[in-house]
Design a protein. Structure first.
Length: 283
């Protein structure tokens, strides 16, 4: 059911523990909500206009819509439902931060206290703010050990020697890029970095790299060295493979144990058909 934040609080159900879901874009919030309800949780979702899929509404118990930057309303919604633990899932287009933010008083106070505008530090500060209100932020893999990418080759085709060299080179660069809090993904061809992820996101990074590499590009996506595992873990899914297939990229290298693969069967089936290698690299 959808609840407008201007309406009166709805009574809580007599049984069932609540889990809060602060949702960005993509399918991860939907998959999480479906799984959480199977585990017996009631899901209170805070969705962001212009980012979160309306489909989420079909798989949660409460849905609260807010605009980016309305921190006070996020806290109000979760506390109204008696939420004591929550997860922060799904991406947020950074370009929307330049045009779609509608900060409330709580947000303006929060931003005024920030000492850094790096992604990880902002997210940690948000988590600290929520925990100060009695809402514990759980790891983004909460209840989802089966979604974490394992080590090794996950597809039938193995990477060639040349592709493995590109993976190793791209890995070192991606970790350094992550250390500077720029992005989580690089595209490599013949040990040349042809694209680095910034605000545009992974899909656009792959497309941009492919325009330069033409064919056979290697995509490396890994955690930032300073990554807080409660949020913003690297995530891939069927759409990632679709973009790589369209771009004629050949390898997707992911950090094992710290990357989430959504819809794994579909993702790997598409990779098989496209001849794309998917490999989990130990961090």
């Amino acid at each position: 059911m959808t609840q407008d934040l201007s309406s009166s609080a709805l009574p809580l159900p007599p049984t069932g523990a609540w889990i809060g879901l602060i949702a960005g874009n993509g399918r991860f919030p939907i998959i999480f909500a479906e799984n959480a309800r199977k585990l017996g949780f009631r899901v209170s979702a805070v969705a962001h206009r212009g980012e979160t899929s309306p489909e989420l509404e079909q798989v949660v118990d409460r849905m609260h819509w807010v605009r980016i930057g309305q921190f006070g309303k996020v806290i109000q919604a979760l506390k109204r439902d008696g939420v004591e633990q929550a997860v922060m899932l799904g991406g947020m287009k950074k370009t929307h931060l330049f045009s779609g933010v509608r900060p409330d008083f709580r947000a303006m106070t929060f931003f005024a206290k920030l000492k850094s505008w790096k992604d990880d530090q902002i997210l940690r500060a948000i988590a600290d703010d929520l925990e100060g209100e009695g809402i514990t932020i759980r790891e983004s893999t909460f209840g989802f050990s089966n979604l974490v990418v394992p080590e090794g080759t996950l597809t039938r085709r193995e990477a060639s020697r040349k592709e493995r060299e590109d993976v190793a080179y791209g890995w070192r660069i991606a970790k350094n890029v992550g250390r500077m809090d720029i992005g989580q993904c690089v595209v490599v061809k013949d040990r040349v970095i042809v694209a680095v992820e910034a605000v545009e996101g992974t899909d656009e990074t792959i497309r941009r790299g492919a325009r330069l590499a033409r064919r056979g590009a290697v995509v490396v996506k890994c955690c930032k060295p300073q990554q807080d595992l409660r949020f913003d873990l690297p995530a891939v899914g069927p759409r990632t493979i679709d973009v790589m297939d369209e771009a004629k990229a050949s390898v997707l290298a992911l950090e094992a144990h710290k990357t989430i693969m959504l819809d794994r069967e579909e993702t790997l089936a598409k990779a098989h058909r496209a001849g794309i290698v998917v490999i989990g690299i130990p961090g």
